[in-house]
Design a protein around this ligand. Structure first.
Ligand code: ADP
Length: 170
């Protein structure tokens, strides 16, 4: 099988016309800053309402790090939002497997929904502090390995620096 069709754009993930956009959520599923804030702001209250229901019914303790769960995309130009919780970067512990798990589990959820195109942000590289070059390496390697069968797995990098670092990996 050929590698998944991994592509890069510099831009805003809330503007991507794809089947599924991935949210770098926090475990509460109740919204936050960064990508999470942007998705809820632009996608509207329907996403948060569904997150609340999911949390109450399935994740009263919060969505565990490295797992992924899907909701509607509300007013976004996508069909679904897949919420995943990235690991906070720690010098004292190698959490790479958890970061890879975010990409793998999000792709698994997307596949289960029948999505053909998926857009990812650079999970954990903002507030969660993951070094960008290492985060990019894990993101691209995992998307290549786990993205078989998708028409496109797109990384959406918000700023020029992130775009440049990801471009070196693709
Ligand atoms: P985390 O808590 O997982 O680190 P953040 O949302 O703080 O998540 O940041 C993850 C990455 O997403 C950062 O590189 C940040 O610059 C980027 N980002 C922030 N807003 C957007 C957006 N609207 N679209 C795409 N990427 C974004």
């Amino acid at each position: 099988m050929p590698d998944a069709n991994v592509t890069l754009v510099q831009g805003d993930i809330t503007e991507q016309t794809v089947d599924a956009v991935v949210n770098a959520a926090n475990s509460s599923l109740l919204g936050g800053g960064g990508v999470d804030g942007a998705i809820h702001r632009k996608g509207g209250p329907e996403i948060l309402a569904e997150c609340r229901r999911l949390r109450d019914a399935q994740y009263p303790e919060g969505l565990p790090t490295g797992e992924a769960v899907a909701t509607t995309a509300g007013r976004l130009p996508a069909r679904w939002v897949i919420h995943t919780v990235g690991p906070v970067w720690a010098r004292s512990e190698d959490r790479s497997e958890l970061l890879a798990s975010c990409y793998r589990e999000s792709l698994r959820a997307a596949r289960g929904l029948g999505a053909r195109t998926v857009a990812f942000p650079a999970i954990s590289t903002g507030v969660y502090g993951w070094p960008l070059d290492d985060g990019a390496r894990i993101a691209v390697a995992t998307a290549r390995r786990e993205g078989e069968g998708f028409d496109e797995v797109r990384f959406v990098l918000f700023d020029e620096r992130s775009y440049g670092v990801f471009a070196a990996e693709v």
